[in-house]
Design a protein around this ligand. Structure first.
Ligand code: HEM
Ligand code: HEM
Length: 199
């Protein structure tokens, strides 16, 4: 007579021939459609505005206004959007940011399902710099005696933002390698690995 445990271990009838299916890693939805469309539209509009800054004024102004419009939308979504889109879920104070940066320096920064504190600080800075760049561009565009000085400030801010974007992309690459996950793909699919990690 067989023990009850043996019976329990037996596969269900009909399932015996089924090929073993490797379990796909469980993923969860993190970035909603608004965040993803916002991100890649922002990349396109920023690149267009940057490249057309020198000439092609109509294209430049249109792309610049698009950047400003996208940011306005993101600011609203940061308050009313889904969990990981809300600023309250990822923006942290200087103390938690400092602690995270120290952990990063020691190579043991915890994984975050949403934006990590360093990424969050970069995002807030990028949004502010993009607003300042677009704002000064708009002011310069109005003409008047200060237009030339404003153009200079505008150009400086645009270049500083470009440098931040380079650091942002570097941060994404480092974070992806550290936690062995493709963050760029997540910004397209909206999904991330489910197990472990801090919210
Ligand atoms: C091709 C270049 C870029 C790549 C591969 C990239 C990748 C990413 C990724 C993977 C995230 C999510 C980070 C995370 O998991 O926490 C992110 C977020 C973000 N990136 Fe980029 N990025 C690029 C260019 C840019 C540019 C040019 C800007 C702005 C001018 C920008 C602004 C942002 C912002 C604002 C967020 C926060 C998204 C949100 O919560 O709405 N990125 N980026
Ligand atoms: C936020 C996105 C923007 C970026 C990244 C950006 C970038 C630039 C850059 C790099 C230049 C300098 C080009 C050069 O002289 O080498 C420039 C010039 C300029 N931008 Fe923008 N810009 C943005 C938004 C705007 C907006 C919204 C406006 C107006 C509504 C605007 C108006 C101007 C004007 C009037 C100039 C001077 C053009 C000239 O020198 O003839 N920009 N921009």
């Amino acid at each position: 007579m067989r023990a009850a445990t043996d019976l329990a271990a037996e596969p269900a009838e009909g399932a015996a021939q089924a090929a073993p299916v490797p379990a796909a890693p469980r993923t969860v939805k993190v970035w909603d459609i608004v965040v993803r469309v916002f991100h890649w539209s922002l990349v396109a509009a920023f690149a267009t505005a940057f490249i057309s800054g020198d000439d092609a004024e109509r294209i430049h102004v249109l792309a610049g206004y698009t950047v400003l419009g996208l940011i306005a939308l993101r600011l609203v979504w940061g308050v009313v959007g889904t969990k990981h889109a809300r600023f309250a879920s990822f923006v942290v104070g200087p103390q938690r940011l400092g602690a995270y940066l120290r952990d990063m320096g020691r190579g043991r920064a915890p994984r975050h399902l949403g934006h990590n504190p360093a990424g969050a600080a970069m995002i807030v800075t990028l949004l502010a710099m993009l607003l300042a760049t677009g704002g000064t561009g708009w002011l310069a565009y109005q003409g008047g005696p200060t237009a030339h000085a404003l153009e200079e400030v505008h150009e400086f801010l645009a270049n500083a933002t470009l440098a931040l974007v380079a650091a942002h992309i570097l941060g994404v690459i480092v974070s992806s390698l550290l936690h062995r996950e493709n963050l760029v793909r997540s910004m397209f699919t909206g999904r991330k690995r489910a197990e472990d990690g801090v919210d």
